[in-house]
Design a protein around this ligand. Sequence first.
Ligand code: ATP
Length: 333
Amino acid sequence: MIEVQRVSKAFITRDAGTVYALKSVSVEIGSNEFFTLLGPSGCGKTTLLRLIGGFDRPTEGAIRIGALDVAGLPPQKRPVNTVFQSYALFPHMTVAENVAFGLDMQDWPEAEIAARVNETLQLVRLDGFAARKPSQLSGGQQQRVALARALAPKPSVLLLDEPLSALDLKLRKEMQTELKRLQRETGIAFILVTHDQEEALAMSDRIAVMRDGHILQVGSPREIYDNPNCRFVADFIGEANLIPGDLLGRSSSITVTVRPERISIRSGPNGKPARIEGVVSGVTFLGLDTLYEVALPQGMRLRARLRDSEDRFRHGDRVAVDWPDGVERQLAN
Ligand code: ATP
């Protein structure tokens, strides 16, 4: 278990004075969880990862890994290893030497190093590449070497800072599956930093959504997608229609959200009552689905995502917009 308790991190800058990158953040991460820190640029996710890794010290608060208070420990004394975005492989060393590096540093016996290097290269499916130099590998293979190097010393936590961002889309999807498999097979905690919500939904057991130095919500991908606790989370994860309204019988204004795939549209008006009527103002073909934008009275727009085999509509068509009762969620602003 990794415990982050009321951790704050302040940086002193010349131009902006004191900047709080983290503001009293608390979170608990399970010892064999795939956990993701998700948020826009500048929200503090890399800072939190660096504090867990020991590359920086918190201004306030405590971090424990297992029963160990790691506050005073440098990175190499923590049961943690990191895979950086840049891979940071040693270009003059072979794949095997790169993977052996951390084991050498920890004074593993020679024979055990050889065995562990083989085992780890098998784990990342790179057996047969041991004698190559990094320059003789593809981007995806270099990424696997970086993973092998970080996993070889058997850390109990692996930190991953945007590890897939240098890869093209197809390879990135492949490596998402691969990272998930590695996490399951090693049974250790993976803590991933990303600003890519699709990546977070696809890989994580749980996600912490961050903004402006705070964690706004922690939950499984489905919990976060189905029950976002505020506007920001609803809008950041997947697509969301945000609909302003007034609570009936009270004067307070609220926002409700409905996911585009929950919304149906049909030709209208044709006598049947509908929630709202509007005019199709945008059509985007997505392959399996088509995304329709519908202009409503008072300048509002809603998006509806329909299976492409269903009715098709064109720009300018008048339509009736509906959704089943109960799929909308009320949000705190
Ligand atoms: P990105 O996705 O762009 O990497 P992030 O969510 O990882 O963003 P952080 O790198 O953690 O964000 O930065 C959080 C805030 O702290 C930002 O406002 C950043 O400018 C500031 N910050 C980070 N490191 C430092 C530093 N060494 N000195 C001053 N300010 C810093």
